[in-house]
Design a protein around this ligand. Structure first.
Ligand code: FMN
Length: 184
């Protein structure tokens, strides 16, 4: 697919996944920190930044790490449908990605993620006795030494791709096997 002429459906698909994968390893990539939008428990929108940890083109899946006690986890368990928004000034590309999420709090995926995070400065974030969003000083968890890392996998349902260009904007809706051009 990398051999496709620039601008074709297969080429755009390939370039999107190449950039998503780069973003998981390049700290300076603008797509490393997408906004994740969810439905709050009150039915109203919620959004926050997360770090993109994996992008699997074959499985059409993204993932990020979080604290399993965080409000977003409760929200995703209630309503697994969510959206990521990515913007890159360098590429002049926006992605609006509709996903079906799954929260993993144990198992090999979480063990592998913890093996990675526990070596990093972020380890402390997941060992805190206090749940994210709780009032400072409000100790709710007395389980010492246990981590609270969860992995959220997000299966992509479709991507709304928007390219800004002086010569004319382009927009397309991508699913696993098709690309449909849209009016920008
Ligand atoms: C640059 C940046 C990266 C972040 N990455 C993550 C992340 O990967 N996972 C996470 O749970 N929170 C991350 N956060 C914090 C979230 O944006 C949010 O403040 C926190 O997780 C609480 O969200 P919630 O109350 O909706 O659960 C990040 C914040 C910033 C500014």
């Amino acid at each position: 697919m990398g051999q496709e002429p620039p601008g074709t459906a297969a080429d755009i698909h390939h370039r999107i996944w190449t950039e998503l994968q780069r973003a998981t390893v390049d700290r300076h990539h603008e797509w490393r920190t997408p906004v994740l939008a969810t439905t709050g428990l009150d039915g109203l929108p919620q959004a926050r930044t997360v770090v993109l940890r994996a992008a699997d083109a074959t499985a059409s899946q993204l993932s990020f790490f979080t604290d399993r006690r965080s409000p977003k986890v409760v929200e995703l368990q209630a309503v697994p449908a969510a959206a990521f928004v990515f913007w890159s000034k360098r590429l002049n590309w926006q992605l609006r990605v509709r996903v079906a999420t799954q929260v993993h709090t144990e198992g090999p995926l979480v063990d592998a993620a913890w093996a990675r995070v526990s070596q990093s400065a972020a380890a402390g974030d997941y060992l805190s006795p206090q749940a994210p969003g709780s009032a400072l000083g409000d100790h709710t968890d007395h389980e010492h030494g246990a981590h609270h890392l969860a992995v959220v996998t997000a299966r992509i349902e479709h991507i709304d791709w928007l390219e800004l260009a002086r010569t004319g904007h382009r927009r397309a809706r991508l699913t696993d096997d098709a690309l449909v051009w849209l009016v920008p």
